[in-house]
Write a protein that binds this ligand. Sequence first.
Ligand SMILES: *Cc1c(COP(=O)(O)O)cnc(C)c1O
Length: 236
Amino acid sequence: MDLSQNVTAVQEKISAAAWAAGRDPSEITLCAATKVQTDETIRAAIAAGIRVCGENRVQELTAHLAADAYAGAAVHFIGHLQTNKVKQVVGQADLIHSVDSPRLLQAIDLQADKLGIVQDILLEVNIAGEVNKGGIAPAELPALAELAADCSHVRLRGLMAIPPIAALPGDNKKYFSKMRNLYVDIMSKMSDNQSVMDCLSMGMSADFEDAIAEGATLVRVGTALFGPRPPMGTPR
Ligand SMILES: *Cc1c(COP(=O)(O)O)cnc(C)c1O
């Protein structure tokens, strides 16, 4: 596996998908999903042109930060965040993608207040209505967005979704399209306050081109950059 070739290949696919959709490739950010990767691999990815790393687990985020592995890139938190781990993420992650409850939102706001900062966040939507999956139901999104707008230490930047693993290519287009509609709707409701809505985070290795066709501004890509991951729980 050649990481730098993979980075170039994914960037080229992003550009092609953007042009095909009549969009400028510069509108789309590639976020490298770095879960289970080592400090060395993360540094190599940044050397190869990655400018945003997305971390899933608080423990890995903390360890890579301590090793200064993300130097030269921004760090996003893209995994499920427990309220009791907010302290380890607020002020460390440039953007938290996975805010999906009033309780989590308020815990982030409180911690950011303590640090005297404003934390950028996305609201995660459970767009396919899957049980046992993070994300707020679409019907509850407007109320959560309003609550976010009232939190003076968070800045709502947009929405994020993790649709189901598609059985067939193209299966997730309908979910990406629903996400774009929700994003446009929330953006119009938020236009009268200080929030900057500029991020629609959707699309992974298997479907980022479809996500771009439907309006994604950030794609989170792991496998297509780093190769297959060991199954969860495998010792490294
Ligand atoms: C792992 C992960 C990705 C990337 O998945 P790939 O299929 O490996 O590209 C994207 N988003 C989140 C939230 C992830 O956990």
